[in-house]
Design a binder for this molecule. Sequence first.
Ligand SMILES: [Zn+2]
Length: 258
Amino acid sequence: MKVHHLNCGSMRPPLVPGGIVAHCLLIETDDGLVLVDTGFGTHEVNDPSQTIDPLSRKLLRPLLDINETALRQVEKRGFSAGDVRHILLTHLDMDHAGGLRDFPGATVHVLDTELEAAANPRTTKDKMRFPAVQREGVTFRTHHATGEDWFGFEAVRDIPGLPEDILIVPLIGHTRGHSGIAVRSDDGWLLHAGDAYFYRGEVETPPSSIFALKLTVKQTETIRTQRLANVERLKELKASGEVEVFCAHDPVELARLG
Ligand SMILES: [Zn+2]
């Protein structure tokens, strides 16, 4: 399958040199287009106050450029919104689910625990990070990990409507239903690890990070022990060289793959 790496949401958080991106995938399958995450959409660009709370706007400083939306990038490649049949989400945070309403014909796949957490927010933080309006009119299909094996990870396989080479790989921690999305591209296996980590150095040996991002990771995580355990597993997977592992927000990883 042909996989395009897109940036659907540049952000310029203070004290992060070079800023961060919203790394999304556009996959060409025999049966239409598939998106992995959507970044910020046209609704955020047109009226950011509707879905991005003031604190997040201050901390993330999103650029909100219409040309970075997944919709515009799909159109730029000669396709239309209707060609996007499926969207897989690493999780439902606003900077990953912002573009959902730009693709009303798509089925959106997410873990059951993620949609449940977003629909019934337990904290003010959860209410802010999962604005309900982003999910209005969206067709969801929820999944539960079956325990099948993918390079030692549990995975959701055989997702209806999708090729068998696209899998959901639960990486719980950042949110309750956070997942990676695995795709076997023309060049081998890719794992979009979402917000399991924020900076490439976190999965290198020895690990490294940027102070401001370290703080962001901590402030946004939901189940710390599980997130840290998953970072260790991702480190091993990356070191094995069998899978190209990358996260949602590292611009250097995106430049390497894009
Ligand atoms: Zn994020």
